[in-house]
Ligand binder design. Structure first.
Ligand code: NDP
Length: 296
């Protein structure tokens, strides 16, 4: 069997069409959503992610406020900028690109963003709301992007055994929580495995749906996959590649070629989960704008 590809570019384009309609609705009321993206330092991968977010804002006619701070910027400078953006009525979403340089306390920075503008859904208030199944906060961009990918691909999660590999606050933990939600597009039985898990391959082999978010290139191999399982690869890893002009190529956490021979459906890297993350970020920014104008 060769797996069917779950096309994140196509599905994210559909989400962005909905986003564009909502922006047009807001514009008809003379309201423009605004997203502030803060980059501290010059990490090349972070620069790529920030550029992609700013570009998508431009395409959707969302105003982007792009702030670049020096790699030696202090916590005080960053907190002062966030305080200003918190109060700015034209800014509906604020995010600080991860990872920041070591002098920056990321958790403290996240908690300094008012929850109403925390469109990444990293703030404890929004994480709490998500866990409770409330819809008056935000959903975390990457895990919710995965939920949309599955739903729009017609892949049922209800009653299925989902194994999430990784337990980070950004991907693994919220992914586990969303899959567990009591709603028709979730309702999964979830196992979350991590670096302290015993018999990881044995657990992954039991999965109907595998979500890999480990940050280890091609970690998931065909022998860990049940015949016909659905495989979602969140990983984005740069590996050296002399044949590429950039000197590197992007690979996921899944050994694509061999796993695609065993899975029924699979996301590619790039072009799978990545574009969904940005589409949900835009969705959250628009939602924030609507909520701040009492339109939701
Ligand atoms: P983290 O490094 O924060 O977390 C990795 C998780 O994987 C940890 O929970 C860790 O376990 C677990 N892990 C690491 N090695 C192993 C191992 N050998 N066996 C079992 N578990 C292991 O990464 P992120 O969650 O932030 O990101 C994961 C991947 O997803 C990365 O490639 C990242 O680039 C990508 N990513 C992609 C996004 C997208 O838009 N597509 C968005 C965000 C991330 P433990 O907790 O025990 O240390």
């Amino acid at each position: 069997m060769t797996a069917q590809i779950i096309d994140g570019k196509m599905i994210s384009a559909e989400v962005n069409r909905e986003n564009a309609e909502n922006v047009a609705l807001l514009k008809s009321k003379n309201i423009t959503p605004g997203l502030a993206v803060i980059l501290v330092g010059d990490n090349p991968a972070s620069q790529v992610y920030v550029r992609a977010k700013v570009k998508k804002c431009e395409e959707l006619e969302i105003t982007s406020f792009h702030h670049v701070l020096d790699k030696d910027a202090t916590m005080d400078e960053l907190l002062a900028l966030i305080e200003r953006l918190n109060k700015d009525e034209n800014v509906h979403g604020i995010l600080v690109q991860s990872p920041p340089p070591p002098q920056i306390d990321e958790q403290k920075v996240i908690e300094s963003i008012v929850p109403e503008k925390d469109v990444d859904c990293f703030h404890a208030v929004n994480v709490g709301k998500m866990l409770l199944g409330r819809t008056d906060g935000f959903f975390p961009c990457t895990p919710y992007g995965v939920m949309i990918l599955l739903e729009k691909s017609g892949i049922e999660t209800a009653g299925k055994h989902v194994v999430v590999i990784g337990r980070s606050n950004i991907v693994g933990k919220p992914m586990t929580a969303l899959m567990l939600q009591k709603n028709p597009h979730a309702n999964a039985t979830v196992t979350c495995v991590h670096s302290m898990t015993k018999n990881l391959p044995e657990l992954v082999r039991q999965a109907d749906i595998v979500v890999a978010a480990i940050g280890k290139p091609e970690f998931v191999t065909a022998d860990m996959i049940k015949e016909g399982a659905v495989v979602i690869d969140v990983g984005i890893n740069r590996v050296p590649d002399a044949s590429s002009p950039k000197g590197y190529k992007l690979v996921g956490d899944v050994k694509y070629d061999e796993v695609a021979q065993k899975a029924s459906k699979i996301t590619p890297v790039p072009g799978g989960v990545g574009p969904m993350t940005i589409a949900v970020l835009m969705q959250n920014t628009i939602k924030s704008c609507m909520m701040q104008h009492n339109l939701l």
